[in-house]
Structures are given as structure tokens and as C-alpha cells.
Design a binder for this molecule. Structure first.
Ligand code: UD1
Length: 430
């Protein structure tokens, strides 16, 4: 089993280059099968979730050629099945985007029920409601969701909750429906906008993405395109907190500072300095950070995917902080691991009450999910002594070259495959 072994204590300093946004990439990859023309996708992050989705696309006859590590050419002219049963696909959340994409193009799709991080019950009722509103017959049975329609017709759809997944999925299907669709109470996340921009570059007619009303005029067909994915807001935010928690100084390159405003605002509030440039941000922390209150919210609020990273940082800040998770109900599972490192955090329902401690101590811990796993790496970077993190496959779902990027900033860590690797690392770093 692969693990990270980390020796804490070094402040991180230097430059880091942020990759393409994983969550935008998943929507864009799925959308790329909606035309028979070749599509070139640039700035694609090389992470496990995108690899799994590409594998699923290939399982139905899509050709995906890798031009370089971050560029693929997708040719979906030869799709010969509308059913994705591939066992792997259940492991990722975004498998459901193949439903919207195939339903739009072929009016027929069948996909295994989605998996993804276990961070609470993750219903898909709004996706199904949206497809039904477009005239599809939708059924869930034997672990599969199937959707079919003779003729998809645009409609007025009100989302009962703000959901990124359902907004993107309904947008995909509606792009090739007859007539106009209006999605109200739409999610406004940067990746919703990026998927809409990509679809528009293929000939779709989508307006209003990034606001809470998206208007889509269905088109007959989509054509090929070359498109570059936006930078990853959450990878960037994670490195911002890496600077904060280690009292470091990191220039985070290839970002859209606007997408990071809620994160920057909290970091400034707790005592970091942030310098903003056109496409980079410098985060500097020189002293012990202060406490704060934060609640996760849909964009432009503070992202739920940054909740474990801020909670971990506040666990070492001066005073009492309160973090409220309002998007997913079971997203504090990593707190038990932080407590093993010395954190003083009490979780009551969807709220964590954090009494800042002076230091963490290294321990053997497990990554319970993707973002919590990254937060535990941050904790390990400042802990006294060695920390060994298990289940790093979760972290690799969404972070490309995480140990390499952190090491280049001065972190003392390695990926280990055996007890021998761990002993070798300990001897090497002393
Ligand atoms: C996406 C992101 C995930 C992020 C989340 C919120 C991907 C692959 N994943 O997940 O990293 O944490 O957005 O920013 O892009 N809900 C319903 N019914 C539905 C759909 C959602 O009740 O049909 C609820 C969910 O339980 C949750 C909230 O809506 O409480 C938001 O979920 P949603 O935005 O859909 O998250 P995902 O798309 O699953």
C-alpha cells in the first residue's frame, strides 16, 4: 500500500504551478463526446479521476489520444454503446456527467450509480428531475441509472438546492434539446462557467453561466474545438493554506485570483499577507495566525472543498474558531485523525469548535477522502517528528504530483511503498 512519509517542520517557500481544474475537466471530458468531430482539451490535470473518466469514455468506443501529459484529443465518432458499466466508474462522482452528455447526443444513456468521496449522502434527485423535465424517461435499477427520450425538449427547471453536478448535467443534455431551457437557482462555480464556455466553443448557445439563471437555446449539433481548462481553484487554495500553516512564503502561479477571493479574504483575516498579480498570488505568513468563524457555502462563498484545509490551519491558530459545514453533512471525519496529532476540536453536528493548540505531533493516520487527505498532509508538514499517511489513493484522485510540488517548496516528504522505504527515509533525513 502506498503511503506518504512526512517529516514536519520546514516552512514552505518558492513557486508552485497550479494545474487545470479537476472538476471542470470532468465536465469538459464528458462534454467532449457530444460531437463526432475531434476535440482537443488542453491543461487537463493528470490525476486519477480524469484517468478513470477517460477509461469509461474509451469503454464505449471513444478514442482518446494523449498528445502530451496535459493535452488529449478526443474522437467520439465511433461510440458504439450508451451504457457505462465499467467497475471503475462507480469510484468517481462525475461519472454521472456521461448521462447528460450521452442523453444529449444520442437521446439514450445508461451509467452505473456514481461513487466519489464518502462525505455524506449525495443524492442525485436534481439531476434526475432535470432530465425528466427535458422529457426523458429516467429509471434507477440494479445499480444503474438509465435515461431515454424520443425527443428532448427544453423546459424551465428550478433547482431545489444549489448543485454543481445537476447544473452541469442538465446543461449538457439541454444543449442538444429542442428549444429553450432555463435553469434557475443554478450553481455559479467557476467550473460550471468553464463547462459552459467549452460547450459554447463547440457551437452551443448557453448564456448566464456564472449567474443563478442559465439560459440554453438547444442546437442541432456540436462541432470540434480546442479548449484550455481553467486553473484549479482548490489545488491553488490548498497551496495557499500550505503557506499559511507552515509560516511560509509561496508564489502560486497560473491561477485566477478572482476565483480565490473567499479563500484570500479568510487568510488575510487570520493574519496572512497576500499579494495579488494578474495570474498569480503570493501568500506569506510570518506569525502565529488568529482564529475566525467560517461557513462553507456555494460559490462565491467559502468552498466546502477547502473546509478541511482551513479547519486544520485553525487548529494551530490562537484562540477559538468555529467552522460550519453547510454543503455536506459528513465532512468532519478527518477530525479524529487530527486529534491523534494533538488537535483540540469538538464536532457537534455540522459544526467544528476548534481550540487552537501550539503544535501537532507526528502520528500514523489515514486519509478519509480527497480534500481531508490533503489537509492531513498540511498538518503533517508542521507536526513534530514523522507522520505516515495511509490511503493516499484518495489524495491522488485530485492532486497531480502533490509530493513533488511540496518537496520543491522545501517539504520533507516521500511516497513510500513499504516499511523499508519508510526506514530508509527516516535514516536519510535523520
Ligand atoms: C461537486 C464537486 C465537489 C464539491 C461540490 C460542492 C465535482 C466532481 N465534485 O460535487 O468536489 O465538493 O461540488 O462544491 O465537481 N444535492 C442534492 N441533490 C442533487 C445533487 C446535489 O440534494 O441531485 C445536494 C448535495 O447533497 C449537497 C449539495 O446539493 O448537499 C451540493 O452538491 P453538488 O454541488 O451537486 O456536489 P457535487 O456535484 O456532487
Amino acid at each position: 500500500m502506498e503511503q506518504y512519509i512526512i517529516k514536519g517542520g520546514s516552512p514552505l517557500a518558492g513557486e508552485v504551478e497550479i494545474g487545470g481544474a479537476k472538476n471542470a475537466a470532468l465536465g469538459i471530458l464528458a462534454a467532449s463526446v457530444m460531437t463526432k468531430d475531434p476535440v482537443i482539451i488542453e491543461n487537463l490535470p493528470d490525476v486519477r479521476d480524469t484517468a478513470v473518466l477517460i477509461q469509461a469514455m474509451e469503454s464505449i468506443g471513444t478514442r482518446v489520444e494523449r498528445i502530451d501529459r496535459h493535452t488529449v484529443k478526443v474522437i467520439a465518432a465511433g461510440i458504439n454503446s450508451y451504457s457505462i458499466e465499467d467497475g471503475y466508474i462507480k469510484k468517481i462522482r462525475a461519472s454521472y456527467y456521461m448521462l447528460g452528455a450521452l442523453l444529449g447526443r444520442f437521446k439514450k444513456a445508461e451509467v452505473a450509480l456514481p461513487g466519489g468521496c464518502n462525505i455524506g449522502s449525495r443524492p442525485i434527485d436534481q439531476h434526475l428531475k432535470g432530465f425528466r423535465a427535458l422529457g426523458a424517461k429516467v429509471e434507477v435499477s440494479r445499480g444503474m441509472i438509465s435515461a431515454e427520450s424520443e425527443n428532448l425538449v427544453g423546459n424551465h427547471i428550478y433547482m431545489d438546492v444549489v448543485t454543481v453536478g445537476a447544473t452541469i448535467n442538465v446543461m449538457l443534455a439541454a444543449t442538444l434539446a429542442n428549444g429553450k431551457t432555463i435553469i434557475e437557482n443554478a450553481a455559479k462555480e467557476p467550473h460550471v462557467v468553464d463547462v459552459a464556455n467549452f460547450l459554447n466553443s463547440m457551437g452551443a448557445n448557453i448564456k448566464g453561466a456564472g449567474t443563478d439563471v442559465i439560459r440554453i437555446k438547444g442546437v442541432e449539433e456540436l462541432h470540434g474545438s480546442t479548449y484550455s481548462i481553467i486553473p484549479d481553484q482548490i489545488e491553488a487554495g490548498t497551496f495557499m493554506f500550505a503557506a499559511a500553516i507552515t509560516k511560509g512564503d509561496i508564489m502560486i502561479k497560473n491561477v485566477i485570483p478572482k476565483h480565490l477571493e473567499s479563500i484570500s479574504a479568510k487568510l488575510i483575516e487570520i493574519g496572512c499577507e497576500i499579494e495579488e498579480f494578474d495570474d498569480c498570488l503570493r501568500v506569506v505568513a510570518t506569525k502565529r495566525l488568529a482564529s475566525t468563524h467560517v461557513k462553507t457555502l456555494p460559490y462565491p462563498g467559502f468552498p466546502t472543498d477547502m473546509q478541511p484545509q482551513i479547519t486544520t490551519t485553525l487548529a494551530l491558530s490562537e484562540g477559538t474558531s468555529i467552522v460550519t459545514e453547510s454543503i455536506f453533512e459528513n465532512r468532519f471525519k478527518y477530525v479524529g485523525e487530527l486529534q491523534r496529532m494533538g488537535a483540540n476540536i469538538k464536532v457537534e453536528g455540522n459544526t467544528a469548535i476548534i481550540e487552537g493548540v501550539d503544535s501537532f505531533s507526528g502520528a500514523g493516520i489515514s486519509a478519509p477522502d480527497l480534500r481531508a487527505g490533503a489537509a492531513l498532509v498540511l498538518a503533517a508538514l508542521v507536526a513534530d517528528g514523522f507522520t505516515i499517511i495511509d490511503d493516499i489513493r484518495f489524495i491522488e484522485r485530485g492532486y497531480e504530483d502533490f509530493p513533488e510540488k511540496l518537496t520543491a517548496l522545501g517539504a520533507c516528504m516521500e511516497k513510500a511503498e513499504s516499511e523499508r522505504d519508510i526506514q530508509k527515509f527516516k535514516l536519510k533525513v535523520g
